[in-house]
Write a protein that binds this ligand. Sequence first.
Ligand code: BEZ
Length: 253
Amino acid sequence: MSRDHWNAQLYDGKHSFVSKFGEDLLELLAPEKGEYILDVGCGTGDLACKLNELGANVMGIDQSENMIEQAKKKYPHLTFKVQNVLNLSYHCEFDAVFSNATLHWVKPPKKALSCMYNALKPNSRFVAEFGGKGNVQIITDEIISQLKKLGIHYKDDQFPWYFPSIGEYSMLMEEVGFRVVFAQHFDRPTPLDGEHGLKYWINMFAAGMFEGLNDELKDLIITKVENNLKSILFHDNRWFADYKRIRVVGVKQ
Ligand code: BEZ
């Protein structure tokens, strides 16, 4: 996406669950004092800050200028750069590459893996979590169905994300040279903030599915999606997104 569509304040406000859920991924990473760690897709820097508090030397990268600007404001003592993981040019520099809730945005995935592999020192690790096969499918199927009902042509390549199974992703990891030592695919129903949580989520994350439509049509579709999904995804006074995550750990051979 060429435009920087990320709203860093909204991300920190209504969507702060993204980095909260990432905190237990840090346990899988198990950073050690003094390690050099690359945080790919660092957003506004919260997990990079946790890594720093645990004693690591962290560099956060994100391709969104808005996110990096906010990260630098929040954590001026840390290093953040606007950088696309597909253009990384680091060679054997990091003890770990870490990525939370980012790699489903990156295509082609094998190129991203290859760049992250190159950035690692030999025998060091890649630890990532992102959307897996079937992620948010109840929501996206309903958006696509509403687009089609309104006679709006929807092409599969408009789908903004890459949501692989662990079989598919492990194979790509092996192809670039990783030994896959851990892979997991699990459900994580994710509470969204407030009675308009689904609308906010769609506007923040799924705007790419509405490319070329005016705001009025987009709002109409979102209202229909809300109406049709309320009985499935709204309970205990809040919306839940049907997240399915994958977690992987690979070691550079
Ligand atoms: C996710 O974190 O799984 C996700 C976030 C935004 C859009 C799609 C998936």
